[in-house]
Design a protein around this ligand. Structure first.
Ligand SMILES: [Zn+2]
Length: 416
């Protein structure tokens, strides 16, 4: 393992690999896992492996024992599609969709769950727990089932039925909390402490970021070593965005790239805590921000995009840092724009996204219109979850099938 320990995102205090906690013991901030990049650079020698096809091929940059590299399901290794029709429509030179709907539980969250489960096995845990708006829970349930661990999932009772059904099908113990995601989060934290479960909850467990960052490595490989100008990420608690940024920073730290993309945060106007913090915190010039003094203020979230509906972003500071340090933009789009984005993307690319996963496309159009993204840029949108996970949401935007009598005459009358 090339992991050297942990560093607090808020106060920079460092802990060694033997640290058994999850949050900074000095200030309670979130932790970032550190590596011996010089050692990694020597091992990878100018390129990252392409085989085997899952994310554990990047073991040199993961905080798990190499023996865990054998995982029963294929996590990651998802396609990067060029989307010329969408690029033309948005008005950018090149647009790519990173289709992470093709993970085992149909969302990007499988990357985080895989590394967390590998870690849980390293520390001898037999039960894994998580608070989830839906996707993290269905992901953990899926991967726990594949590896023989017990899973306990806390969700808000309002979670989409497809995600709840996935969890139950995979045999998780599902506790539907009568409250918000944030209520479920607090209950999961307390229960995991009481019963000694390995808590995968995002923004608490530093291992989630390590799994998700592999998405950036794959994009870089699939672009044949080119770095995109922008990567657009739909953002709720902020962990996926900070992970994508970390992935690119890792590549630079080991000498595989010499420039970094800008990371753009896309949120619903009805759940915009991180975007608001970026606007508030971003310095006018190149001034250095005192991150220990930055607070991401809570909002009252109500977006239809359940995966990014978050009052208190648990990895908010890391996400705000990532947007500002990468020179990216923070943009908000309405729920109506998010819903419209689903069929637009599906009809022009063949990729069916859940509301949160269609948000980057909605955000891209807005950023180009406002000239915050230029026509000459190479852009990647992360498609983080399948449209089949939330049919009730997308149905509002796709219309109804035409009802006909079973006759050829009826088809003729449709004037197809
Ligand atoms: Zn700290």
């Amino acid at each position: 393992m090339n992991m050297t320990g942990y560093r607090c995102i808020r106060c920079s205090a460092e802990q060694g690999c033997d640290f058994a906690g999850f949050l900074c013991p000095q200030c309670g901030g979130n932790l970032d896992i550190r590596y011996d990049y010089a050692a990694v650079a020597q091992q990878v020698d100018g390129s990252l492996p392409r085989a085997p096809g899952d994310l554990f091929r990047f073991a040199a940059l993961l905080p798990v024992q190499p023996a865990r590299a054998a995982f029963p399901l294929r996590i990651g290794g998802t396609p990067l599609y060029r989307a010329p029709a969408l690029a033309k429509r948005a008005g950018v030179r090149e647009l790519y969709l990173k289709d992470d709907t093709l993970n085992p539980s149909a969302s990007l969250k499988d990357r985080a769950s895989a590394v967390c489960i590998a870690r849980a096995r390293d520390v001898g845990a037999d039960t894994v727990s998580v608070a989830s708006t839906g996707n993290a829970g269905s992901s953990l349930a899926c991967l726990a089932a594949a590896t023989g661990l017990r899973s306990v999932v806390f969700v808000p009772a309002s979670a989409p039925v497809a995600k709840l059904t996935q969890m139950l099908a995979f045999g998780a113990r599902v506790l539907a909390v009568q409250g918000s995601y944030d209520d479920a989060y607090d209950v999961c934290l307390a229960a995991s402490g009481e019963f000694g479960w390995f808590n995968r909850s995002t923004g608490f467990n530093p291992f989630t970021r390590e799994g998700k960052k592999t998405c950036a490595y794959e994009i870089w490989q699939d672009l044949d070593g080119r770095v995109p100008d922008r990567v657009l990420v739909s953002t709720g608690d902020g962990n996926t965005l900070s992970a994508i940024w970390k992935g690119w920073c890792d590549l630079k730290a080991v000498g595989l790239i010499d420039r970094l993309p800008r990371i753009d945060c896309v949120q619903s106007t009805d759940s915009a805590a991180i975007s608001q913090a970026v606007q508030r915190v971003r310095p006018d010039n190149q001034a250095v921000v005192d991150w220990s003094a930055v607070e991401v203020q809570e909002v009252s979230a109500s977006t239809i995009a359940d995966s990014i509906s978050v009052d208190r972003p648990r990895d908010g500071l890391a996400a705000v840092r990532a947007v500002i340090e990468s020179g990216g933009e923070a943009v908000t789009v309405t729920d109506e724009e998010i819903l419209r984005a689903i069929p637009e993307m599906a009809r022009a690319s063949g990729v069916f996204a859940e509301p949160a996963a269609a948000a980057p496309w909605a955000g891209l159009k807005q950023l180009v219109t406002e000239k915050r993204i230029g026509a000459g840029e190479r852009v990647v949108c992360i498609v983080s979850g399948s449209g089949l996970k939330d049919i009730a949401g997308s149905r509002k935007a796709v219309g109804e099938p035409q009802l006909i009598e079973p006759s050829l005459e009826a088809v003729r009358e449709c004037r197809l």
